[in-house]
Ligand binder design. Structure first.
Ligand SMILES: *Cc1c(COP(=O)(O)O)cnc(C)c1O
Length: 409
């Protein structure tokens, strides 16, 4: 029996195990100097999640500051356009700061306060996690340092300005490719040095234990709400749920409470970039190999020598060489299936959704939408496809205009 088959019978709630493993994936692959910090964090989180006072406070801020619950929205004109299954959106794009990221930022900042930390650090790629973290730090009066690759800072200058407006210090990273992976390295270096007063808020379901579990738990609210909402509205569960997968936090968040509903198909969508050619995409399940990156064992895009492969996607938030370990696990058990969407399809559907629904989706979320529309077309009218709209596209309009050859001024 394979490892995946043995563990397929495990309840989702029992994963990861105490050492942070999802079957053969996950774990804690970090330097000795970080082991103590991760252990302290794991224990603090364990106590917090059992504490009704912490949970109540988190729920209050999710409502008052972030804007939860988010709507479950029937996308009527896209449904008509496809002519098949009913399409629903889970509107995470309506959250404060524009994406699901604030669910995790709030959870971790409240945890850091419990732990007596006064300084917050985080990495950011496109800047969405940095903006969410900066906002929550401003709210709670915490010092905030965001690490961001120098290349990303240039591409996402507006988000750099937003973070600075909210009082965060944004530090440019000049190492490596000067993008997300390099920013994570820099943040980990900072954490090793300043662990006494500093908490590191990782932005996706990635990295060493307890991060993949903790970040997942903070986003489970998406699926929990969606389940209650679709039951109230349709009197039954959806047939398929589709979400985009960068590190995997919005996807595992919306999927988790449906993992044991065997009739509900769960589909994660990776970035197919310019097509499945080495260096031109970020679809880890299309040729990625088992390896260790930034603390966790999982599928990683790497060259034959084991060096991390260059990746590309039109959406910065999906442009990362590794996938969260829990996704690797459910891919191997077969419970979640994975597809990819390419840049050109994403550009089309970005415009289609804007025109037909009056909703401009994030380029990341548009990947889920591409696959969701394909599936809705192939299904009869009495079926339901739920797409997690992880964020709004305001941050992307400059880039899209440029790609379409539109001059804004
Ligand atoms: C960051 C981001 C993603 C990708 O991150 P996950 O951890 O895979 O969810 C997806 N959508 C939006 C809008 C984002 O900002």
């Amino acid at each position: 029996m394979s490892a995946a088959e043995t563990s397929a019978s495990l309840r989702p709630e029992s994963l990861p195990d105490a050492a942070g493993h999802f079957g053969p994936f996950g774990g804690v692959y970090v330097p000795e100097t970080l082991m103590t910090a991760l252990k302290e964090l794991g224990e603090a989180y364990d106590a917090a999640r059992r504490d009704p006072v912490y949970q109540e406070e988190l729920n209050r801020h999710l409502k008052e500051f972030a804007g939860r619950p988010t709507e479950l929205y029937f996308a009527e004109r896209l449904t008509q356009h496809c002519g098949g299954a009913k399409i629903y959106f889970k509107r995470e794009d309506l959250l404060h700061t524009g994406a699901h990221k604030i669910n995790n930022a709030l959870g971790q900042v409240l945890l850091a306060l419990r732990m007596g930390k006064t300084r917050i650090i985080a990495e950011t790629g496109a800047g969405q996690h940095g903006v969410a973290t900066a906002a929550v730090c401003a709210k709670f009066g915490l010092q905030c340092v965001i690490y961001m690759g120098a290349v990303d800072m240039e591409r996402q200058a507006l988000n750099v300005f937003r973070m600075r407006l909210m009082g965060a210090e944004v530090r440019g990273v000049e190492a490596g490719q000067k993008t997300l992976k390099d920013a994570v390295n820099e943040a980990m270096r900072d954490w090793v040095t300043n662990v006494r007063d500093t908490h590191y808020i990782l932005g996706s379901a990635l990295g060493a234990h307890p991060y993949p579990m903790m970040v997942r738990d903070f986003h489970r609210v998406i699926g929990r709400e969606a389940k209650a909402q679709i039951l109230a509205r349709e009197g039954r569960l959806p047939d398929e749920i589709v979400a985009c997968v960068g590190g995997g936090s919005n996807a595992i968040g919306v999927f988790f409470d449906f993992l044991e509903d065997a009739a509900v198909r769960l589909i994660g969508v990776e970035a197919g970039g310019r097509g499945i050619v080495r260096g031109e995409h970020a679809a880890r399940f299309e040729g990625g190999k088992l390896g260790v990156l930034q603390g966790s064992k999982t599928y990683i895009l790497q060259n034959p020598d084991g060096q991390i492969e260059l990746t590309h996607s039109v959406s910065a938030g999906l442009d990362y060489a590794a996938i969260g370990p829990e996704h690797a696990y459910y891919r191997d058990t077969g419970r979640i299936s994975y597809a990819y969407a390419c840049d050109d399809e994403v550009m089309e559907v970005f415009q289609l959704c804007s025109r037909l629904e009056g909703i401009i989706p994030a380029l990341e979320s548009t990947h889920a939408l591409v696959e969701g529309l394909k599936r809705a077309k192939a299904l009869p009218k009495d079926k339901i496809v739920l797409v997690n709209l992880s964020g709004r596209g305001d941050k992307d309009v400059n880039q899209v205009a440029k790609l379409l050859g539109v001059t804004l001024r």
